[in-house]
Design a protein around this ligand. Sequence first.
Ligand code: GUN
Ligand code: ZN
Length: 432
Amino acid sequence: MTATLALRASILHFSADPQYHPDALQWHTDGLLLISEGRVVVAGDYTQLQAQIPAGVEVQHLPGRIIMPGFIDSHVHYPQTDMIASPAPGLLPWLEQYTFPTERQFQDGEHASEVARFFLDQLSACGTTTAMVYSTVHKESVDAFFTESAARNMRMVTGKVLMDRHCPEFLRDTAESGARDTETLIQRWHGKGRQLYAITPRFAPTSTTQQLGLAGELAQQYRDTFIQTHVAENKDECAWARSLFPNARSYLDIYDQFGLMRERAMYAHCIWLDDTDRARMAETGSAISLCPTSNLFLGSGLFDFDAANAAKVQLSVATDVGGGTSFSMLQTMNELYKVARMGGRYLPASQMFYLATLGGAKAMQLDHLIGNFAAGKEADFIVLNPQATPLLARRSAHLNSLEEQLFVLAMLGDDRVVERTYIAGELASAVP
Ligand code: GUN
Ligand code: ZN
C-alpha cells in the first residue's frame, strides 16, 4: 500500500474542455496535492488544504515547479522505437522499407521485452503515463509489452496487430489465427491490473474482409475492449483502401461496415475524412487520434480542426512514433500548434494541455480513472520545471499570463522539463 504523499507546488489540471467551459482550467499557484493508496485525495490551494495533511506526513515543497496529470499519448508504436527518424517519400514506402523489417524482429520475445523496457523508460522520462500502443503481429510482442507495463503498474493499452494480406509473408497472420490469438490475449491481459486490450487491425488495406469481419465480431463480444486502427492518413493510402473495398462509401465506412466503430475505438490521423465520416465518428463515440509530428514528417497532410470541432468528434493527441519524431507530448504540442495555424486556427496552450491530459482520457473513455486530479482518480502525475533549460529560464523571466507560460512550455519544452513522473502515487522516474 502506498504511503500518503503531500506535494506543494503550483498545480494545473482541467475539470472539462476549456473550449466550451471557460472555468475548466484549474490553477493553484501555491497548491497542494494529497495522494493516498495510489489515488488522489484532494488537490487545491495549499493554505485552504493545509489542515487536511495527516499528522506525521511530511510535505515535499517544490517551489517554482508545476504538478500536472501525466500525459496521455493515444497512438504510438512501441516496436518502431528503433526506426524513429527513418526518411522515406511518404507512408507506403516508409512501411515497406523500414517498418515491416523492423517489426519482424518482434517474433523474438526477448527482443520485444528489451524494446518495451526502453520504450516505457522513454515515456516516463517524457511524462507520459498512459498510452494506446501498437504491438506487432506476434502475440509474443503483446505479452512482452504487458509484462513490462504491468511490472511498472502503468495504465497501458495495447493489442496484437491483425494483418493477413498486402504485407511480407513473415508478418502475416490469418483471419482465424489473428482472431484466436486476439481472444487469448484479451482473456490473458484485459483488466489485469491496469492493463487494457485493444483489437488492432493495422489498417484496412492489410486485412481481408474475413479478418475485419472477425475483428468486428470480437469488438461486439468484448464490448469493454478498445479498438485501434489507422484511417485517411495519406492520399495514396486512401486511394488504395478505396480500390480494395469498392462497395464502401468512404475509407472510414469500411470499418463501419464491419462493426468497428463504437466507443473506445481510436482512429489515428483522420486527415482525409468528409463531413459524413465525421458525423459518423461523433454518432458512434469513436475518437480521433491526431498525430502532428508524424503527419508533418511523412508529409501526410494537415488535420482539419474546424471540421472535427463542428462535428463534435472526441479528439486526442498522439506521437505516433516511429512515424512521429518525438516521444515528448510537449514537442508534439509544438507541432500541433503549427498544424492548427496552417489551417487558419489559433490553438491556445490551455487547449493543448487539455488535449494531452483530460481530453485524451475522455477520448479513450478512461476519464473516470485518469486525466485530472478529481478525488479518487489514479495518481499518475508529473512535476515540471518550467525553467529547466537556460533558454526557458530566460524566456520565463518575461511572462504576462499563465496562458503565455503554458505556451512557452509547449513551444520550448521537452523531456528536460519533466523532473519527476509518478505512477499510481509511486515515483517512477526523476531527474537526478
Ligand atoms: N498505417 C499503417 N501502418 C502504419 C504505421 O505503422 N504507421 C503509420 N503512421 N501509419 C500506418
Ligand atoms: Zn500509427
